[in-house]
Each structure stands twice: as C-alpha cells, then as structure tokens.
Write a protein that binds this ligand. Structure first.
Ligand code: SF4
Length: 252
C-alpha cells in the first residue's frame, strides 16, 4: 500500500470530500468551509487567494461556491488529489465532513442581519462542538441540518432534514425545529415537531433526534429515509417525552 493510501486522514477526506467525476482520471473536490471554530461558510481573504492558486494549478482556473457554504474544485486530476489535500489541510480547508451533521447550512442570523429574530451562528457552533467526534459523525452518515434566523429562510431550514428556525417570543430568542425537509429530486418541506426551545437546549435536542434515528434506522437507511418511514412520532417522543404522549392522547 502506498504511503498516501495508508494515510488515514487523507483516506477519510477522499471518502467524504472527493466526489466522482464524469471524466475518467478526474475528481470533484469539496473544500470545506466548516471549520468548527468559525461561522459556517466563513473564509478569509488569505484562504481565498490560496484557493484561487489551487484552482489555477489543479482545476482549470475554476472554483465554485455552493449553497451548502463550501467551495468546489470541479475538475481535479486524481493523481493530484494528495497534493490538493495537503494544501487544503495546511490552510484549514480540509475538514472531512462533507454531507455530515456538522457540515450544516447557517444564515448570518442576529450577529449580522438586521432582519433576524434570533442568532444562528452560535447555535451552529454549539451543535458542531457537541458533535466533534468524527467516528460518531461517520456512523450517523448523510444528513442535512439547515438553520435560519428568521422566516425569510436564507438558511433553507424548510428543506433541511433537520431545520432550525429562529423565532421571537416576547422579545426573546427561541428556536423551532422541523424534520423531514429535503432538497433535490424528492423535495419536501419539513414539519415542525412541537414547541420551541431556548438556545442552550438546542445541542441536546439535536442529540435526542439523532439518538432516535440511530435506534430506529434499518440497515443502510439514511436519516431522511428513517423520518419518512417512521413519521415524526418517535422523534417527538424522544425530544418531548411524556409531553408528546399527552399531546397524542389529546389529539386522538
Ligand atoms: S434568514 Fe433572516 S436572519 Fe437569516 S440572513 Fe435571512 S433575513 Fe437575515
């Protein structure tokens, strides 16, 4: 086995952040802007200068920004992947979590946006801090978590498998959670699971939702597929406990 193939960090990055290309010998590289110590999608001028250099050297001078708040080098020779990874890692752009729970979408929210009902970025960072174990993230697998700071929905929370919406209640910031949203060919709008939560509760709420998924999933079933199969009731029960049972009896 070559030294490169034996490098576990490079292997993890290629598994998550390198995608298939139509042309043999090429690959698509996702440069992660999900460094947990920064706002999702944030990038410095110095990093952008480096990315421009890598695009010239490795991807026909082209770089794309995605609505998932990452950058993409769309046409990289497979023989150059290790060199690209080494550069990206040195620049802090190689977090190997593309498509996982911490690769979330988050609008600027109350830290920067005058329209916000609530802050978004601290919620994103708190969730990223709670889920900082790569092995656990890989076990959870593909999942989309989107956060918006108000109903204008710049973070696309409606179509997140898990959606978080900042709401204002009597001048205080609260967060409404929805499940079952999806973008793509099977697009769907998420459904709100119940009462809203305070900011400090949010990482724990996401942890409970993930626990329900791990307990309910069938072999090979992604999060969104489990939600579609089971409906919201198991998740409501996991998050709200007895309150969900009472609500179900009242509605029966
Ligand atoms: S969703 Fe609301 S808070 Fe977030 S960026 Fe858009 S307008 Fe601002």
């Amino acid at each position: 086995m070559s030294q490169r193939a034996a490098n576990p960090a490079f292997a993890a990055w290629t598994r998550r952040n390198v995608l298939a290309h139509k042309v043999p010998g090429y690959a698509v590289v996702v440069l992660s802007l999900k460094n947990p110590s920064r706002a999702p999608g944030d990038v410095t001028a110095e990093q952008l200068d480096l990315v421009a250099d890598w695009a010239d050297a490795h991807s026909f001078g082209e770089v794309r920004a995605t609505h998932e708040q990452n950058l993409v080098l769309a046409d990289v020779r497979q023989s150059e992947l290790f060199a690209v990874w080494e550069k990206a890692r040195a620049a802090g752009l190689a977090t190997p979590t593309f498509g996982l729970l911490t690769d979330l979408i988050c609008c600027p929210g109350g830290d920067f946006c005058a329209l916000a009902n609530a802050k978004s970025i601290p919620i994103a960072n708190a969730i990223q801090a709670r889920f900082d174990d790569l092995d656990y993230l890989y076990d959870i697998g593909d999942i989309e978590l989107n956060i918006s700071g108000c109903m204008n929905s710049c973070g696309h929370h409606h179509v997140g498998h898990i959606g978080i919406l900042g709401v204002d209640k009597n001048g205080e910031e609260w967060y409404q959670v929805s499940l079952g949203g999806s973008q793509g060919n099977r697009a769907s709008i998420g459904k709100v699971i119940g009462r809203s939560f305070a900011a400090a509760e949010m990482p724990g709420v996401i942890a409970k939702i993930i626990d329900v998924y791990l307990a309910q999933r069938q072999a090979g079933e992604r999060f969104i597929e489990t939600v579609r199969r089971t409906g919201l009731d198991p998740f409501k029960l996991g998050v709200y406990g007895d309150d969900a049972v009472k609500e179900r009896k009242q509605n029966a």
